[in-house]
Design a protein around this ligand. Sequence first.
Ligand SMILES: *[C@@H]1O[C@H](CO)[C@@H](O)[C@H](O)[C@H]1NC(C)=O
Length: 148
Amino acid sequence: MADLARSFLVLGLLIATVPSLGHALLSRKPKTSVEIQNVLEGRDDLTIHCKSKDDDLGVQYLKPRENFSFRFRPNIFGTTLFFCSFAWKGGVCRWFDIYEHDRDEHCTKCTWQIFKEGPCRFTVDDYDYGGEHGVVDELCYDWNPDRC
Ligand SMILES: *[C@@H]1O[C@H](CO)[C@@H](O)[C@H](O)[C@H]1NC(C)=O
């Protein structure tokens, strides 16, 4: 009888764990894109260098209004992090975590504008109002406290 009970327990555990395990392994998250636009006051050029723990996206030079964008698939552990340095005229250099899972998991197209005071993220409403996609939200952040 104890064996039978144990069998039921094992079977129950399998049913409870395997579907979610399979789900986690098979359902890969969709790709997320991050776009960064140079809107520095004074029309300064912007030098960006973005990295994650595993990827170095290289040094990018942006003229006024130019963009740099990249795509990635957030990991299933909820720990995806991309951080960038932003440098401009006069030796100014600032850090910012441009993609941080807990803050950004709901944006699949994250659009940032870089001001000297800090970056602002625009959330674009993906709902299609007959061809018009409105910017619904703009959130501005402080630079990371540590200097580069
Ligand atoms: C940069 O991206 C923004 C937002 O997607 C777009 O409006 C703008 O035209 C782009 N600028 C350039 C120079 O491609």
